[in-house]
Write a protein that binds this ligand. Structure first.
Ligand code: NDP
Length: 396
């Protein structure tokens, strides 16, 4: 049915490659390209079949265009880093290729992520007749689809949205991040932010927290963070009065994080080290465990969902929709842990939605702007089944 090019051969790229290969009637031709070709080759070999590989520097538009013109993909799944979003989108416009990613653009020299840079491509994608699907991992991604599904089927108006993200897994390391450490630490050490009554309220970093009870896990201390899907969800569902994002962290993790910050290892500016320029957070990434290698001893599960309060036919209603994902099962299937799995599976489904025509529309879109039903159906089939609870206690 279609040709797909995956860019990025990290934890998430590995899962995407497995999942597109499993759906070979839809993804008839597959290429995996990244900065380090040997990583692509290793993944392709482990999966078997006929996955082509290539080396590409995704910061370089010309190189990307040359690769696109050679392989002629229908869609690119960008699971490199957020720094590459704009160069890949530029190359898509030049070569006439559709686009999907899992994280919004972030400049390398400033820990700031927002959709404005990518939303600015709207007219150009529309004019070119190309589709760009933004933020199609789990969060952002499935959380937006969950919200759209709730709005479509159960609510006249959504008023309160709390996205709750729990990783109750144990990788048996003193400290490790579950996806790219640089991106992860930049996100968590930012100031918190949530939306209330038409404005954004800023908080100290991890200042607001409370216990939240997760299905099959139990209560876990959960911390209010700013997360990118809040920006698009409050725009696309204007009845929302308050939208927040919560994530669990263990005490051990937070202690390590505090030390890392206090000693300057989370800095993103260049410093001089023995006559050489280095960026501390990039050096830190080089010495931390590679998220791709965490899978083997990872036990426990993730639990991510949306807790929604609103009205239907004039009556108040609460709704909780969530997925729990076992790290061990994710590892057995793809060799990667649950966080890479919960990101890679939705990215594949998003590309499937495009190729099957369900989500094919010229322009730049966040996932909640499309019909959620076929995506929800595929979540159940592709390894991320979801569950619903009506009129329970949302704890907020
Ligand atoms: P990794 O660091 O494991 O992998 C990133 C990959 O991109 C690596 O293979 C890396 O190459 C490659 N890469 C980096 N820079 C370039 C470049 N200039 N040109 C070509 N390739 C490049 O990250 P993850 O797999 O953990 O995460 C991938 C993406 O998924 C990130 O953007 C992350 O923010 C996002 N994510 C989204 C989530 C969601 O739920 N929406 C959750 C988790 C992650 P090399 O191997 O040479 O370093």
């Amino acid at each position: 049915m279609g040709r797909v090019l995956i860019i990025g051969a990290g934890g998430v790229g590995t899962v995407v490659a497995h999942k597109v290969a499993q759906n070979s009637t839809i993804f008839t031709d597959i290429m995996l390209a990244s900065r380090t070709k040997s990583k692509c080759d290793k993944i392709a070999e482990a999966i078997g079949g006929n996955i082509k590989t290539a080396q590409v520097d995704a910061d370089n538009v010309e190189e990307l265009v040359a690769l696109f013109n050679e392989f002629k993909p229908d869609i690119v799944i960008n699971v490199a880093l957020p720094y590459q979003d704009l160069t890949i989108m530029d190359a898509c416009l030049i070569a006439g290729v559709n686009y999907l990613d899992t994280a919004n653009y972030e400049p390398l020299d400033e820990a700031k992520f927002e959709y404005s840079w990518q939303w600015a491509y709207q007219e150009r994608f529309k004019k070119a007749g190309l589709t760009a699907i933004l933020g199609c991992g789990f969060d952002p991604g499935v959380t937006g689809v969950f919200t759209a599904y709730a709005a479509k089927h159960y609510f006249d108006e959504i008023h309160y949205l709390d996205i709750v993200d729990c990783n109750a897994g144990d990788h048996h390391k003193a400290f490790a991040t579950n996806f790219n450490p640089e991106i992860n630490i930049r996100e968590i050490t930012q100031k918190g932010r949530y939306y209330e009554n038409g404005r954004w309220v800023e908080t100290g970093s991890l200042e607001i927290h409370q216990p939240v009870t997760y299905p099959n896990v139990g209560p876990k201390e959960s911390y209010l963070l700013y997360h990118e899907e809040l920006e698009s969800l409050v725009k696309n569902f204007p009845t929302i009065k308050r939208a927040r994002f919560w994530m669990t962290f263990g005490q051990e993790y937070l202690t390590h994080l505090r030390v890392i910050q206090n000693i300057g290892m989370a800095r993103i500016d260049e410093i001089d080290y023995n006559g050489q320029k280095i960026v501390p957070i990039q050096f830190l990434k080089a010495v931390l465990p590679n998220p791709q290698d965490l899978g083997e001893n990872y036990t426990g599960e993730t639990s991510i969902g949306c807790r929604i309060k609103g009205t239907k036919d004039g009556k108040e209603l609460t709704y909780y929709v969530y997925n729990n994902c076992s790290h061990e099962e994710a590892y057995r299937e793809t060799g990667m842990q649950g966080v890479s799995y919960t990101t890679g599976v939705p990215a594949m489904i998003g590309a499937m939605m495009f190729l099957t025509g369900e989500w094919k529309q010229p322009g730049v879109f966040n996932v909640e702007e499309f019909n959620p039903d076929p995506f929800m159906e595929q979540l159940n089939k592709q390894g991320l089944p979801w569950h619903e609870e009506f009129n329970g206690d949302l704890e907020f």
